[in-house]
Design a protein around this ligand. Sequence first.
Ligand SMILES: Cc1cc2nc3c(=O)[nH]c(=O)nc-3n(C[C@H](O)[C@H](O)[C@H](O)COP(=O)(O)OP(=O)(O)OC[C@H]3O[C@@H](n4cnc5c(N)ncnc54)[C@H](O)[C@@H]3O)c2cc1C
Ligand code: FES
Length: 259
Amino acid sequence: MQNLKDQNLIRVSKGPFFAKVLENREISDNIYKLRIESEEIAQNSLPGQFVSIKCADLTLRRPFSVAGVRENSFDLLYKVKGTGTEWLTNLKTGDITDIIGPMGNGFSIENKKSLLIGCGVGIAPIDFFMDVLSAKSLPYKSIGCFRSKYKNAKEYDYHITEDGTSALKGKLSDYLEQIITETATEKIFICGPNPAMQYVTEYALSLNIETEVALEGDFACGTGVCMGCAIKIKKGNALESAKICKDGPVFKGEEVVWR
Ligand SMILES: Cc1cc2nc3c(=O)[nH]c(=O)nc-3n(C[C@H](O)[C@H](O)[C@H](O)COP(=O)(O)OP(=O)(O)OC[C@H]3O[C@@H](n4cnc5c(N)ncnc54)[C@H](O)[C@@H]3O)c2cc1C
Ligand code: FES
């Protein structure tokens, strides 16, 4: 049985926390791992939740999925994209960051034969989810999909690369049917680009397999105030509005209206 924290039934402080950088290094092409000291965030994060970091003097905080936790620290994996992430690359051990979190909801933790899929830097919440399911001895298999071999990767059961630098060459769609069959998948959890999540959701739906997707929209406030991250969700025959930052980022795949 899950505890109250797992069910998000107790409130914990979201900060801001002024937290020390323990490590910041490039682990794969243009992808960095940032380890930050914060017992509060480490102890209260669920896989799928995110933190928002103040980057330099930029007004809008930047959101990143929690990629793993230890007792007193947590990890992020970030891909360098623009001003904020470029600034993050300059953080040194001992620098102080301004962070709020953990925010949003997390993946469901269930005793089902789960297939966890991370594409590109979408592997971040999946890495964390793998740790949590392993610690609870719950059954899962994992897929990591990348353009090129993801160095410093965890051991994924299936490591797919477009350029063939890992054992499986090609795209997720080349292997999904075979993997679902051989792992007798009962539920799929995925984080990655929207087209990949849409494809997996629709394919899984055709097999009556449930999915949960961790969406990465463009955020402004990141706290549910501005509607900047609003999407449409299917509830029966009706369409409802939902905010990725507040109601997500994890949604049932079959409820998402893909754009
Ligand atoms: C829930 C969630 C989890 C995520 N997890 C990860 C992760 O684990 N790893 C990862 O690499 N990425 C993750 N991302 C994506 C990450 O947040 C973006 O790549 C990051 O914010 C890029 O910041 P940037 O400043 O480098 O890029 P920029 O392109 O400069 O800015 C990124 C965003 O900031 C906002 N913004 C910037 N300037 C303006 C402006 N002038 N006016 C209005 N809005 C503006 C916009 O929303 C824009 O899309 C996640 C996103 C979400 C929503
Ligand atoms: S980013 Fe403002 S409501 Fe989600």
